[in-house]
Write a protein that binds this ligand. Structure first.
Ligand SMILES: [Mg+2]
Length: 308
């Protein structure tokens, strides 16, 4: 996919359901086999930063992936600054700090990039004087107001609309949302995920709301902030203060994590501990620089166990 298509949100809804998770081209040959090191990416650069996806990369649900804590230690010991990424906009960075701490991974709120945080930063920069009508969880409103975004509850007096998963959604909420959207109202979605893993199976994600708005108005979001959008990637890179060429992207999804990493110019690492199976990888046009069985092997990418 062209970078511009991601940047402009031209395909704002990217499938997150495992069976349709990537743009498959069955039978297409893979250009390079990626294990352990296809080309000397790290020989030409020094890795100074890492954007690390969380769910499917560091843990599955509430279960840590073996070696994840040690992998983060390996990165930090090598002087690599880390940002932890998630497309979930229903929890705050502080909640993720607590979750990581429970797994022995030390992090600060400023090291956690949720789709809500990215959306808040985007609104504060692009719509600094505008009132935002938010369809989403209370914690998203908090993240937005913490960043200085003016949130309104009045759909008739709004300048920009934010779409996210709202687990309290009902007919009345959708009615107010419909009235907030004029043909010219900018629509910003926190993340494009259709679904996400729940404790007892998949559950709807922000795609439920994006699809409802398209059904009601015929409009897609003008911008999607979360992965694979470069809005998220650039935000995380800015925080690190590291050039993309000196940065790793580590994640378990091709169509969000790796796609975003490629779009911003990072060195991409796919881990096999999440949603991407061998058949999906073989059939995908999105090609990571490295494929690891687990983030536990991250040292091989840094060269500490390899030729570097
Ligand atoms: Mg993931």
């Amino acid at each position: 996919m062209p970078v511009d298509a991601v940047a402009l949100g031209a395909r704002p809804v990217v499938g997150s359901y495992p069976r349709e998770s990537v743009h498959c081209h069955a039978g297409a040959p893979r250009g390079n086999v990626l294990d352990p090191v296809p080309h000397d990416v790290h020989a030409r650069t020094r890795i100074e930063g890492a954007l690390v996806d969380m769910d499917g990369t560091l843990y599955r649900g509430d279960v840590p992936i073996p070696g994840a804590r040690e992998a983060i230690d390996t990165l930090r010991d090598a002087g690599v600054a880390v940002q932890f990424l998630t497309n979930n906009a229903t929890k705050s960075p502080a909640e993720y700090v607590r979750k990581l701490a429970g797994m022995g991974i030390d992090a600060t709120p400023d090291e956690v990039v949720t789709a809500g945080v990215v959306t808040a930063d985007y609104l504060a920069r692009e719509y600094p004087d505008d009132r935002a009508y938010v369809f989403g969880e209370p914690s998203l409103r908090e993240v937005l107001t913490d960043r200085g975004v003016t949130v309104t509850e009045d759909p008739m007096r709004t300048d920009v609309v934010v779409l996210s998963l709202d687990t309290g959604l009902d007919y009345d909420r959708f009615t107010r949302l419909l009235r907030a959207i004029t043909p010219r109202t900018p629509i910003i979605a926190t993340n494009p995920d259709r679904t996400k893993p729940g404790t007892d199976g998949i559950v709807p994600s922000a795609g439920l709301v994006i699809g409802a708005v398209e059904g009601m108005t015929g409009r897609e979001p003008d911008t999607v902030a979360g992965k694979p959008s470069v809005v998220a990637g650039r935000f995380a890179l800015d925080r690190l203060g590291v050039d993309a060429s000196d940065c790793l992207l580590v994640g378990d999804r091709l169509d969000t994590d790796v796609q975003m990493g490629i779009a911003v110019g990072a060195t991409t690492v796919l881990v096999r501990t999440g949603v991407t199976d061998a058949a999906t990888l073989d059939g995908s046009e999105i090609e990571p620089d490295y494929v690891l069985d687990s983030i536990a092997e991250i040292g091989t990418v840094l060269g500490s166990d390899g030729d570097g």
